[in-house]
Design a binder for this molecule. Sequence first.
Ligand code: KG4
Ligand code: ZN
Length: 333
Amino acid sequence: MLGLTIESSCDETSVAILEDGRNVRANIVATQIDIHKMYGGVVPEIASREHISSISQVVEEALQVAKINFSDLDYIGVTYGPGLIGALLVGVSYAKALAYSLNIPIVPTHHIEGHIAANYITHKDLEPEFLALVVSGGHSHLIHVKDYTDFEVIGKTRDDAVGEAFDKVARTLGLGYPGGPEVSKRASEGKPTYSLPKTKFDNLDFSFSGIKTAVINIAHKEGSNLRVNDMCASFENTVCEELVDNTMKAMNILNLNKVVLAGGVSANLHLRHLLSNEAKKMGYECFVPDLKYCTDNAAMIGSAAYYNFISGKKYNIEDKLDLNAVANLNIGK
Ligand code: KG4
Ligand code: ZN
């Protein structure tokens, strides 16, 4: 079964071709990071325009790399939310037109389900059920993955997403966009000598705006005396501990034995090590995605789309011409 999938929810125009949901035949990612860097973050209008100008070329390239023609495809998958509405609409409109012209089904797919599915590509034997810690620029969720298409959110951030906090801290410290990779690099050269607050709730929710504000306040107070690398190490350590503490608590409550990391922040080496080590101590199996599938890419969406397809969440395009993008699409129940 061959599916072509489009991802355009933020600042990467990506097209992938997957065989049977786990075999990546092509995964082309056209990133816009260099353009948005100038503005210190993603500019939605520019993102939409860039998607429009590159999408056809990225589709062509994916077909060439996979060495297939349009006529070989069984379905078209597409991210329809959550994300930037204008950016999503480019992918959704293109996917609808493609499915219509080829007369094959369309499979609308949730972006976060895609991040989780990045692990199915990396770990060919991984199967639900498990707990997923999803950490990206827009989300920090603990999700009980009961089956390939059955999700329940059991904890989430009450304010900033963790990637967003990394990006805001980086901006305060003058480290550019996207902030996560740079904060992480500086952290590896520093020591966690600043004391930063952790927020705890009675349930499994997170909060990252307090720690972000603490970093901003210390940075303003210390000015040029701020030890930037030490601050990055302190921020990274505190945030990762908060994430992993809640994850271990959830594993215990749900009585699960497999934990999966997902989302752009899963590229953070400290988080990968801390989660793997804590899971090992508790006797849990821990899965992290291959680094190339951590940040946004269409291969991960393609894997989630495949499982939607085989579970019947696919649509004859004639019945789905009203498919729309949904900026704040929820996941699970
Ligand atoms: O999943 P993603 O590509 O986009 C969303 O769906 O939001 O995640 C992007 C986020 C950005 O906030 C970026 O700073 C963060 O992932 N990120 C990292 C690292 N690499 C990317 N955060 C911490 N450490 C990293 N190595
Ligand atoms: Zn993402």
